[in-house]
Design a protein around this ligand. Sequence first.
Ligand code: MEV
Length: 323
Amino acid sequence: GVPATTAEHPSVDHRACGHGKIILLGEHAVVYGSHAVAAPVPLAVRAVAQDTKSGGVDMFIPRWGVEYRLHRDPAHRDSFQRSLGIIFDELQLTDRSMRIEVFPNVPRAMGLGGSAAMAVAVIRALDQHYKLNLSDEEINALAFRCEEVAHGSASGIDNTVATYGKPLLYKRAGKKGEAPMVQELHLPKRIPLVIGISGKESLTAVTVGKVRTAWQRNPALYDGIFQQIDALTLQGVEAMQQYDLERLGDLMNICHGLLNALRVSSWEVEELVQIAREHGALGAKLTGGGGGGSIVALCPQNREKVAAAIRDAGYQAMEVDIG
Ligand code: MEV
């Protein structure tokens, strides 16, 4: 059964958290070397580590009804255990006796970076509890290894935002082992958005895999789409820096059209995008892996109207400012 520990631990340290994120421009293409822009959202996963006498690593995620003992042998782990298990193996903590409790305030499988935020939160909880003195770079690198297991061919953008919690322009490394290009974005003013959450769970590993299959069948065609996404993302950075929201909105709409061409949209995502545009959003697009998940809408004027219309249609809406 699930232990009766749903109340937040009183000594949760704010540092033991991983940030959720939105991708404003460039998802999927970023896996193939294009630029992408991402920003943290005010949702985070937190984790706490405690010593026990249980003789193993016990993981509890009360909100999800998840409770398991980490298998010492990686070959016996399921996909969820395999991803987080890397952390314990790498930090040589697999044989310790502990309890990790996780408070996932980022909705699961909604394109908001929940898996990366969870990896970072668990690493930071262990770092604090065992006084490992890990740097943010080390935390980020370890979270990336978890993401590679979770996503297949992760670009590394989710774990980077989960670790640093800053808006950034990102481009993955050309070769394995090289560092990605990460540039913090300084905006003149915060950008007002609505996040629409479809409620349809979708695994990024699945949509990333679908895009890969399509790309393998016709690499020239798909590379062309990725290049267009790359170009509009760089234009979007300029628009953000000049606070030209009309232009940014246009670019978001075009980006959504190209993501639709990659077939990572869904019925619910299309409805959310239409609702946002009809109620005055300057731009609206899916965010993250797609296939369900969430959208972002740029709403400098009609933010409450857009959020209300999304809720009226039966979806969740969150108003956030990035920058
Ligand atoms: C997921 O948030 C973003 C994707 O581009 C995958 C990745 O970059 O690893 C879809």
